[in-house]
Design a protein around this ligand. Structure first.
Ligand code: G
Ligand code: G
Ligand code: MN
Ligand code: NA
Length: 255
């Protein structure tokens, strides 16, 4: 069977699952959110990482129903944690592919996921890759404006690695920037990347955008980012992505 056929079956047969990576406030390390990351629990191969199937899902358009599944499953899980009293103060971040902006379905699928699960919009953040700037048109502008109006949070993912337009950055209604791990991995040692990170932090501050650093693996990276005004972070130093049970245990054991 082709990957496309297998993936379509996986979606229908409930073989996809979500892991959750904590996002923390750098000032005191408290968990303020989680990024939902899809995995494919293949009966034969075991847990397959998104790098092995998300690109194919994007090429074939399967990312649209897959993304709708991720949205609803993530919102449902958050709502379940809230009912246990564990997640009233955290936000779920869900990755959105630029292909999900085609055909005006995104706003409706977000509305539907929120309505079906009862999750409040302020508890949902959509991570949109920086390359959305390559396809900005009226549909994209209207979708982003409608989502923001709905009360959903918007973050610009992979910032600094792709095609970014500063004029769109100013115009589009993002709440936060996610600094890509490729820059974070080489601070504070590498002069060029260190300069890029401090410049991104200054830019975000000037545009009143929150900042989230990805891929923090060392205490030196953490300290540098906090000292330079980055508010939030995620990475192996704090936690790897966790399955739902392990993430719940983390939440449930907070002071
Ligand atoms: O841990 P990690 O291997 O989970 O993720 C690898 C890549 O897959 C990242 O670039 C991430 O943005 C992407 N990814 C993970 N989950 C999703 C998802 O639900 N939707 C989309 N579109 N991309 C995802
Ligand atoms: O959506 P995005 O492309 O940013 O996905 C985040 C990816 O980064 C996921 O694959 C996740 O597992 C991975 N990741 C998260 N924290 C770390 C980290 O500290 N180091 C590395 N190398 N990868 C990380
Ligand atoms: Mn992301
Ligand atoms: Na990223």
């Amino acid at each position: 069977l082709t990957l496309e056929t297998r993936l379509r079956q996986a979606l229908e047969q409930g073989e996809l699952t979500l892991h959750y990576q904590p996002i923390v406030a750098l000032d005191d390390r408290r968990i303020v959110g989680a990024e939902a990351l899809v995995r494919w629990n293949d009966p034969e191969k075991g847990l397959v990482m998104p790098g092995a199937f998300v690109p194919a899902a994007e090429d074939t358009g399967l990312i649209v129903p897959l993304g709708e599944w991720v949205l609803e499953a993530g919102c449902a899980q958050m709502r379940a944690w809230q009912k246990q009293g564990w997640a009233d103060d955290i936000t779920l971040a869900v990755n959105v592919s630029t292909r999900q902006f085609e055909g005006r379905r995104l706003v409706q699928s977000v509305e539907r996921a929120l309505a079906r699960t009862g999750l409040a919009p302020a508890h949902l953040e959509l991570e949109i890759t920086e390359n959305v700037m390559l396809i900005v048109n009226d549909d994209v502008r209207l979708a982003l404006a409608a989502l923001r109006e709905m009360g959903v949070r918007l973050s610009l993912d992979d910032f600094g690695t792709g095609y970014s337009s500063l004029s769109y950055l100013k115009q589009l209604p993002f709440h936060s920037l996610k600094i890509d791990q490729s820059f974070v991995s080489r601070i504070p040692g590498q002069a060029g990347d260190t300069q890029i990170v401090t410049t991104i932090l200054a830019l975000a501050k000037g545009l009143e955008l929150e900042t989230v650093a990805e891929g923090i693996e060392t205490q030196a990276q953490y300290d540098f980012l906090r000292e330079h005004g980055c508010e939030f972070g995620q990475g192996y130093l704090m936690s790897r992505p966790l399955d739902a049970a392990d993430f719940a245990a983390r939440l449930g054991s907070r002071p």
